[in-house]
Design a binder for this molecule. Structure first.
Ligand SMILES: NC(=O)c1ccc[n+]([C@@H]2O[C@H](COP(=O)([O-])OP(=O)(O)OC[C@H]3O[C@@H](n4cnc5c(N)ncnc54)[C@H](OP(=O)(O)O)[C@@H]3O)[C@@H](O)[C@H]2O)c1
Length: 285
């Protein structure tokens, strides 16, 4: 269960919650119903967006295995991961997701909500559609705010709100303009939320993975290989060699790190960025 620090002003949830803007108005149509079951074992509620993605699927399985009642959210609403979980179709790029998620939440207090949606692929900075930059910020930063508003009535001391960003927000490259801009915006938003969430005794975190084993990285390697006229295996081997361990982490590795944030001691990490990159980054910050 989430911790309940008694020395914090979190025993005034209604008062402090008022600092968070109200949720979006309910959509004209009734929110879609979740499919599946998310009873959990009394450990609290988890919500994962981007649930059909590589990381999202690993997160759903890990949090369900920890006994949480998991709501898995993606646009498709496909069944993902292992264990008991409910699946919901909702688009985090739309305000309608707020009411849809809120209506589908399993009973119980919020243990952890993770925003892990991925962005569409796009050309490099010289050719990218400028409008896609705004759309990407809306999906990552706006989507995180929508998730927060959907779960805000379930936030208790010890609840964790986690945004998955990435190293490209901190180490920009001309080849990934969307992830660079959107993850930088997300990092700023997380710091803004440190106060409102912290005053509830809850906490907000940015997790910034480096490349991990995933179709996303496979596609990147294939594109780089095609550009250089070499085999994709060569590019993958070069990428792996950049890691001190000689291998990219798996999505399960990253999911495990995110699940660690449920530890009561992790409240002191409120607002901080966790670089889940297995040491591939060289920067200090
Ligand atoms: N893969 C990496 O190496 C890497 C490295 C650094 C950071 N990251 C970050 O880690 C996160 C997960 O990456 P990943 O590789 O696991 O992503 P992914 O496999 O591409 O998954 C993307 C997920 O996002 C969902 N999604 C996309 N747009 C959505 C929307 N508007 N509303 C709701 N769901 C939406 C998709 O579900 P549907 O298609 O079913 O809607 C899918 O489940 C991302 O934030 C990414 O930036 C990844």
């Amino acid at each position: 269960m989430p911790d309940r620090p008694s020395d914090r002003p979190a025993d005034r949830p209604a008062e402090v919650l008022a600092e968070l803007p109200a949720g979006a108005a309910a959509p004209a149509t009734a929110p879609a119903a979740a499919t599946g079951q998310a009873s959990g074992t009394g450990q609290g509620v988890a919500v994962v967006t981007g649930a059909t993605g590589t990381l999202g699927t690993a997160l759903v399985s890990r949090l369900a295995a920890a006994g949480l009642a998991v709501l898995a959210v993606s646009r498709s609403g496909d069944a993902v991961g292992a264990g008991e979980r409910a699946c919901l179709a909702a688009d985090l790029g739309s305000d309608g997701a707020v009411a849809a998620i809120r209506a589908a939440l399993p009973p119980g207090e919020l243990s952890i909500a993770v925003h892990a949606i991925g962005l569409p692929s796009a050309p490099g900075v010289m050719d990218v559609d400028p409008g896609l930059l705004a759309r990407s910020v809306d999906l990552k930063a706006g989507g995180f705010l929508r998730l927060l508003r959907a779960v805000r009535d379930r936030i208790v001391p010890g609840s964790r709100l986690v945004a998955v960003g990435g190293h490209l927000g901190i180490e920009p490259t001309e080849h990934a303009p969307l992830a660079g801009v959107a993850n930088a915006a997300l990092a700023n938003l997380v710091r803004q939320l440190t106060g409102p969430l912290g005053r509830l005794g809850a906490s907000v975190h940015l997790v910034a993975p480096g490349p991990f084993e995933s179709p996303r990285v496979e596609a990147l390697a294939a594109a780089k290989a095609a550009g250089r006229g070499v085999a994709a295996e060569q590019v993958r081997a070069e990428m792996a060699a950049e890691y001190p361990s000689g291998r990219l982490p798996s999505a399960e590795d990253v999911a495990q790190v995110i699940a660690l944030l449920r530890d009561p001691a992790a409240g002191v990490l409120n607002g901080s960025t966790l670089f889940a990159d297995a040491g591939v980054r060289r920067g200090i910050f």
